[in-house]
Design a protein around this ligand. Structure first.
Ligand code: IPE
Ligand code: IPE
Ligand code: MG
Length: 246
């Protein structure tokens, strides 16, 4: 932790929290047991991110593709989301954390939708960490719905096709209020993006660890940040340009 340069932190970290199922199965337990332990990691990582001074943290909790999992797992996860939000929101609120949810939230059961809406409203004026939970989220879904929104605006005459700039497009995404993630972490050994923030991660630094999500703690987050700080972010320029700030 003392090796971290607090002046060079990523403003926004995105995490693909993977490996709950394998973690549980390795212990001879049901996959849901892994998801329950995954919630403990969420709490620890949110605490650590707040303490370190991260401004935005996006956690991938459930993908559009995850709806195709066995019904018992999907139902169990929905119950877990609702319970966790009910249990955690008072503390999150006390810690000045602003909660946001991105994804195709209309797909969620009514109880979950209500819990998310209440949590968003309750924490809307908080000024600390913005904690973004991606639920029923897929990046292709998001890009397509943004395209539909813009197409409709063109059809209505509110927008000209040549006014669709990168900034206008980004503003039509569910992440319009947040900067792009500078660091993306995926746990549990898989080296893929799995339909997560494809547009927004154009220049994110990618960090992969074998640690399963239920084992992920502050020290793992700090290691990812140290790795991030050891990299040179060139954004297409040469190393010499970046070093002279040219
Ligand atoms: C991540 O863990 C949580 C969700 C996708 C909901 P997994 O459930 O994908 O765990 P593994 O990858 O099967 O181990
Ligand atoms: C990605 O994990 C989605 C979440 C962590 C919520 P998956 O476990 O669903 O991804 P794949 O199937 O291994 O690509
Ligand atoms: Mg997985």
């Amino acid at each position: 932790m003392e090796n971290l340069d607090l002046n060079r932190l990523p403003k926004h970290i995105a995490i693909i929290m993977d490996g709950n199922g394998r973690w549980a199965q390795e212990k001879g337990q049901d996959r849901l047991y892994g998801h329950y332990h995954g919630v403990i990691s969420v709490r620890k990582v949110v605490e650590a991110a707040t303490e370190i001074g991260i401004e935005y943290l996006t956690l991938y909790a459930f993908s559009t593709e995850n709806w195709d999992r066995p019904e018992a797992e999907v139902t169990g996860l929905m119950v877990l989301f609702v319970d966790t939000i009910a249990k955690e929101v008072p503390d999150l609120h006390k810690n000045n954390i602003k909660l946001r949810f991105i994804g195709d939230l209309d797909m969620l059961p009514p109880a979950a939708k209500k819990a998310l809406a209440d949590a968003t409203e309750q924490t809307a004026n908080n000024t600390g960490l913005t904690l973004i939970i991606a639920l029923s989220y897929s990046s292709r879904w998001e890009i397509v719905q943004a395209t539909q929104k813009l197409a409709l605006a063109v059809q209505n005459g509110a927008l000209q096709p040549d006014q669709i700039t990168e900034a206008v497009f980004a503003a039509a995404l569910t992440t319009s209020d947040f900067p792009d993630p500078a660091l993306m972490i995926r746990t549990s050994g898989e080296h893929r993006i799995s339909n997560f923030l494809l547009y927004q991660m154009a220049y994110a630094e990618l960090y992969f660890t074998d640690t399963r999500w239920p084992d992920f703690r502050k020290e793992h987050l700090v290691n990812a940040l140290l790795d991030y700080q050891s990299r040179e972010r060139r954004f297409g320029k040469t190393s010499a340009q970046v070093q002279t700030n040219d």
